[in-house]
Design a protein around this ligand. Sequence first.
Ligand code: ZN
Length: 125
Amino acid sequence: MDTPEAPDLENTTDTAQAEPEAQPLDRYECRACGYIYEPEKGDSSGGILPGTPFEELPVTWRCPVCTARAAAFANIGPSGTASGFKENFGYGLGVNTLTPVQKSLLIFGGLLSAFFVMLSLYGLN
Ligand SMILES: [Zn+2]
């Protein structure tokens, strides 16, 4: 009795993953006041329906908090990701953003620890 249902369940999960509409829309943050436009919520005070992408907002649309133009907004990524993750990724893990001093410290620290590992190996022998 249960066997005919199993293939249907697999099909539904496949289509859900491939569905383009499931893609989260990018949120935009007002550089002037920090207001975040969330496409899933829209902007009720500005007459924007929920589900409206930022790119499709009318040119007359202004930030509901500080009335800044849409040009003052910055893309902060979809709401599905952890907040601020895209920006933190560059600052936290990007070695290229380190200063030369920090880089040499990293390299020197690495060499030093490798040296001590070798020393401890000699000590074991
Ligand atoms: Zn604003």
